[in-house]
Design a protein around this ligand. Structure first.
Ligand code: BJ8
Length: 355
């Protein structure tokens, strides 16, 4: 069982050793006091939360993982892993490029090969080309099912609420991938029947919102109910728990394990996380999603003290508003103190774009 905190950690390699991959990011304010014994108060809620869950023994996955993988993405995670590594059974750190140059690509390729070697040692078995191809096919099928779901959300009236769609995408980090793919396709069949019958989750004419920004890890359901109770419907997530993390599929062609690892590098380097610089692709992706989903506005969601996304929000706001799409920027945490303030701002935004 292999736990990780980032969509740059390839699940395909874990499946190739017959492993189980789980996401360990946490989305609730729990064990904060304990976490703050190790971390400064001004650390993002996601990091404090996975520390708190581990210290208070809330997360059964962290406790049972045979290997926990950290990655050098943002400074918060990079430095906190120096402390966190000692709290789990076995920890492995993956270095990450920050620039998509040939050097950056070479670093990621080297790290994926090191990761494959670590997994082989953990499992006591060699990864064969068939194992890895099977892993890639399984994850591609999972991503294709989520694409299908997200494409259906482009229909008006939206056939599913944003909260339900978020929950499905959160579960993609925990469930058995084959079972999950089957379940998502079954949900899609149901949604297609709803669409054919003209039945929507939200009435036609409700403002359609695209959420963009930091990942919302389970059980972070703070923002969607506020947005949807304000009369809007969320039609997409430009997020790692959403299309940023799930949109591209990896090529399955290749004669050797190395060829297939190169395909993974190509696939994963296309993820447009704000920890990369420059990160123009993300702006293009937000525009593309907003147009494809017929969104009326974008809510940029950043966790407080998340420097990469908070700073990138300035560009997102500027460039998206330039194409005539209203943007609301929200910086928040996992606490409930600002819920009423958020509600007021979101209601005003929804009312504004409804006019
Ligand atoms: S690929 S978004 S999963 S790094 S919210 S811990 S960035 S300070 S989660 Fe992420 Fe991978 Fe990028 Fe996606 Fe740091 Fe920001 Fe906290 Fe964050």
């Amino acid at each position: 069982m292999v736990g990780s905190f980032c969509v740059y950690v390839p699940e395909e390699l874990v499946l190739a050793i017959d492993g189980v991959a789980v996401g360990l990011c946490a989305g609730a304010e729990f064990g904060t006091e304990e976490a703050e014994r190790y971390l400064p108060r001004n650390t993002c809620a996601l990091i404090k939360s996975f520390f708190g869950f581990t210290l208070e023994k809330v997360c059964p996955y962290t406790a049972t993982c045979d290997l926990v993988v950290g990655e050098n993405t943002c400074d918060g995670k990079k430095k906190s892993f120096e402390l966190f590594g000692g709290m789990v059974k076995r920890f492995w750190l993956m270095d990450m490029p920050q620039v998509k140059s040939s050097g950056g690509r070479a670093l990621l390729a080297e790290e994926y090969r090191r990761f494959a070697a670590e997994l082989e040692q953990l499992a006591g078995q060699k990864i064969t080309v068939e194992d890895l191809r099977r892993g890639i096919e399984t994850v591609n099928a999972k991503r294709a099912a989520i694409h299908r779901l997200n494409r259906l959300r482009a229909v008006s009236p939206a056939p599913i609420s944003g909260l339900d769609a978020l929950l499905i995408q959160q579960v993609s980090f925990y469930d058995d991938p084959v079972r999950f793919t089957g379940s998502v396709n079954a949900v899609c069949d149901e949604l297609e029947a709803r669409i054919a019958a003209g039945v929507g989750k939200a009435e036609t004419g409700r403002p359609r919102i695209l959420i963009s920004g930091c990942p919302m890890a389970v059980p972070n359901w703070k923002l969607p109910p506020i947005v949807e109770a304000a009369g809007a419907v969320i039609v997409g997530e430009e997020s790692c728990v959403g299309m940023r993390g799930l949109r591209h599929e990896a090529n399955t062609d290749g004669a050797t394990v190395n060829d297939l690892i190169d395909n993974l590098v190509d696939r994963y380097l296309r993820i447009d996380c704000a920890t990369f610089t420059p990160n123009h692709e993300r702006l293009g992706h937000i525009r593309e999603m907003a147009a494809g989903l017929a969104a009326d506005g974008v809510i940029h969601y950043a966790l407080q003290f998340c420097t990469p996304y908070q700073i990138e929000a300035v560009k997102v706001e500027g460039e998206i508003e330039d194409v005539g799409m209203p943007v609301l920027r929200i910086d928040t945490d996992y606490g409930s103190d600002d819920v009423e303030q958020l509600r007021t701002r979101v209601e005003a935004f929804v009312e504004w774009i409804s006019q």
